[in-house]
Ligand binder design. Sequence first.
Ligand code: PAF
Length: 299
Amino acid sequence: MKTLRTKAEVRDALGPERRAARTIGLVPTMGFLHEGHLSLIRAARERCDVVVVSLFVNPAQFNDPDDLAAYPRSEREDAQLAGEAGADVLFAPAPSAVYPPGFATKVAVKGVLTESLEGAHRGAEHFHGVTTVVTKLLNMVAPDVGYFGRKDAQQVLVLRRLVTDLDLPVVIKALPIIRESDGLALSSRNVHLDAVHRRRALALPAALRAAHEAVQAGERAAAQIVRAALEVLKRPGVDPEYVALVNPDTLAPITVLDGDALLAIAARVGRIRLIDNTSLSPIAAPDTTTPHAAAATLT
Ligand code: PAF
């Protein structure tokens, strides 16, 4: 696996592959790779001829400078892990290679998709930062397929909207959340949890499970399903930012569970902000909040 730093290097490396009609898969990451990222790289390896992993901690999507400064980084380990998982290229540009002096453009998906949930709490600029950098990465790498994790379910919807609206020639693949054996969704931020907060963080998957149980017991009122999740979340002192039951395509709030829905949670565990989500449905809602059940939904 080679590490490339500039778009010129990427074009030189991928030009012959593209001319030979070989398929290119891109896994955009901010590094500090974990099993969630590696599952995306392995999926890309299975389906694409060439696998590119980008590693760029994108300042434009951080609303909090302390969060950006604290974001864990480990390029050497990331290169090792990405290579072992099957990547051919690690594209790790410097900030100045992505945002050169004079950079003045923003790509923004507007409306509920970016203004609700994460957008409401982190500011819509968060998603504008994501859509700007992902547009640039897609332009620089020109992949056939881009791989993203469903832990960032809202991000996936925003990126699908972006790709549709701008006619970007790429397919967005979204893969299941990968969890620790006790159910905690993998996140680069988990490294900041000390033992006490690590245990408390289990309240997030437990809250999602409580919502599943409420639905299985016949509850259909969104307020009651959310209440069931909130009760479990707050019990160990976790501070919820939101627990929302929404339409899984539009993110519009729902009042009655009469079709597929997304239950999304954001919460602070100590100083660490975590997110998690699950799908709910009145018919045979698959519980993806345990690693075993999540693996069963892999196709
Ligand atoms: O999901 C992430 O890690 C980031 O939002 C992404 C897609 C790499 C853009 O910086």
